[in-house]
Design a protein around this ligand. Sequence first.
Ligand code: Z5A
Length: 212
Amino acid sequence: MANPTTAGKFIVIEGLEGAGKSSAIALVRDFLHQLNGAEPVCTREPGGTPTAEKIRDLVKQVSNEDPLCDEAECLLMYAARAQLVANVIKPALAKGDWVLGDRHNLSSLAYQGGGRGLLPLVQAVSRATLGDFAPDLTLYLDIPPSLGLARAANRGALDRIEQQAIEFFERARDTYLALAAADANIEVIDATQPLEKVHADILAVLKQRLVD
Ligand code: Z5A
C-alpha cells in the first residue's frame, strides 16, 4: 500500500453490544498489517493485562450478596484502563508499534457517563488517570440498542452489564453520538447496514485517514 505512516498510532473500535466490533477488529487488524507489514498490538477493555483481566471478571460477574455500585463500576473501569495504558499501550506506541483497541475511554463516557448518569465522575477520573492521552482515531459502530441486543441474543448467558434495561443502552448511544459529533477523531459508521457495506465504509475511512 502506498505512503504508509511510519509512527505507530492508537486506533479504537467502539459500539454497543451486537454492533459488530469483532469482525470490524479483524478487518482493521488485516488493514494495519498490510499498511505496516506488522500486526498491530490488539487490546480489549476492560482487560488486556493480567490485573486488568481480573478487574474485567469483577465488573462482569453478578453478585447478589455484594452488588457492584455504579461508582465502583466506574472506578474499576479506570483502574483496568490505567494498567493497560501504562503497561501495554504506551510502551507499544513508544516502540513505534500500532495499537488496535476493542473499546477505550469512550466506552466509559457512554456507559458510565451516559448510561449510569455519572458524567462528572467519569470526566474527573478520566482527566486524573489519562490526562491528554487519547486514541488517534476511533471508529464508532452505531446501532440502535434494540437491533444490537437482538443480534447478540444468541450468544448465551448475559453478563451484569448486558442485563441492563434498554433505556441504559439508549442513553449510552445518545452519549456516543453526542461525543462523536464534537470530536473530529471519532468517525461514526452506520452498523445497521449489511456487513459488506459496514466493512466497505470502515475501509474507506481508514484509507482516507491513514493513507491518502
Ligand atoms: N464497558 C463499560 O461499561 N465501560 C467501559 O469503560 C468499558 C466497557 C471499556 C464489555 O463486554 C462490557 O463492558 C460491555 C461494555 C462495558 N458491555 N455491554 N453491553 P464485552 O467485551 O464482553 O462485550 P462487547 O464489547 O459489548 O461485545 P463483543 O462481543 O465484543 O462484540 P459486539 O460488537 O457486541 O458483537 P459481535 O460479536 O461483533 O456481533 C454480534 C453478532 O451480530 C454476531 O453474530 C455477528 O455476526 C452479527 N453481526 C455483526 N454485524 C452485523 C451486520 N452488519 N449485519 C448482520 N449481523 C451482524
